[in-house]
Structures are given as structure tokens and as C-alpha cells.
Design a protein around this ligand. Sequence first.
Ligand code: S3P
Length: 173
Amino acid sequence: MKIVLLGYMGSGKSTIGNELSKKLSFSFKDLDKEIEISEGKTIPNIFSEKGEIYFRKIENIKIKNLIETSDDIVLATGGGTPCYGDTMDYLLSCKDVITVYLKSSLEVLTERLFLEKDERPLITHIKEKEALNDFIRKHLFERGFVYSRSNFIIDVSDLSIREVVKKINDALF
Ligand code: S3P
């Protein structure tokens, strides 16, 4: 089984994915980290040196490669992963893939991403919290319908990591 966690930047995909994989004794992979390893560059450097379109192509190739070559895995994606090319259709078409959308409120995402925006090239340039809130709101409006095609939707806004892991486990097994 391949459990693929989807959701906006800052929704906790990597942290929750890591904990979930331990609980299930599955392996854990983080798509951004895998891309950084194979490209030999950080995500901000890939964006600045090669551009976003290049990143989106690599992201699409890499997720398919990971799905095709792994068993019993929890995979944390990047916030934009399912929103480009045929990635979401591909994930939904794989019989052994379960997609889980970690849905977080605009308020929680804004607070979290305001502190972590320097690692994220799409929002690094946004200086004010209000402008960041505005950006996320619009971006979520565009991306939300893709995330919502997931097999499971878990509202994570008010839950601890442990509670989210339990919810996913209860939903899946
Ligand atoms: C992106 C999210 C990032 C990373 C890249 C682009 C996005 O991953 O893939 O900066 O388009 O939302 P996280 O969701 O892990 O921050």
C-alpha cells in the first residue's frame, strides 16, 4: 500500500507522514527531499536556477518513479504536487495508492507559513502577514478542488500530530 499525503504548504505532510510511517512500519519518503537529493540542490535553488516549470516536470517524474518502485510507503508530497500535469489523475488511477488530503485552516497556515516562508520560494517575497493570508486564500481557492479529489480528507487544523495519525489510521484500516 502507498499512502500519499497531499495538502497545502505548512499543513504538516512531512511531520505527520513520518509519524504515520512509524506507526504502520512503512517506509517514509518526502518528495521534496528526494528531489533535492537527485538534483543536488535545495528547492529554493532549483526554483531560482532552473525555474518553476523545470521543478514541476521533475516533481511529476519523481512521484511516478517513487510510486512505481516502492511498497508499503508513506509519501509526503509538496503543496503543488497534485496540481500540475497529470499527477492527480495518475495517483487516483493507481490501485495501491491511497491519497489523503490534510486540510488545514487559512489561519493556521498563515501563522505557520509566516515563520517558515524563507524555505518556500513561492512565498519568500511576501513581507506582511496580511498579504500572506491573502495569497494563501487565493491559492487555496485554486488548489482546493484538486486536493479535494483525494480518497480521504482529514481536517487537521485543531488536532495534534498524534491525533491526526490516529485519524488517518482509523480511516484507512
Ligand atoms: C510548493 C510546496 C513546497 C515545495 C515547493 C513548491 C507548492 O513543498 O514543493 O516550494 O507549490 O506549494 P511543501 O508543501 O512541503 O512546503
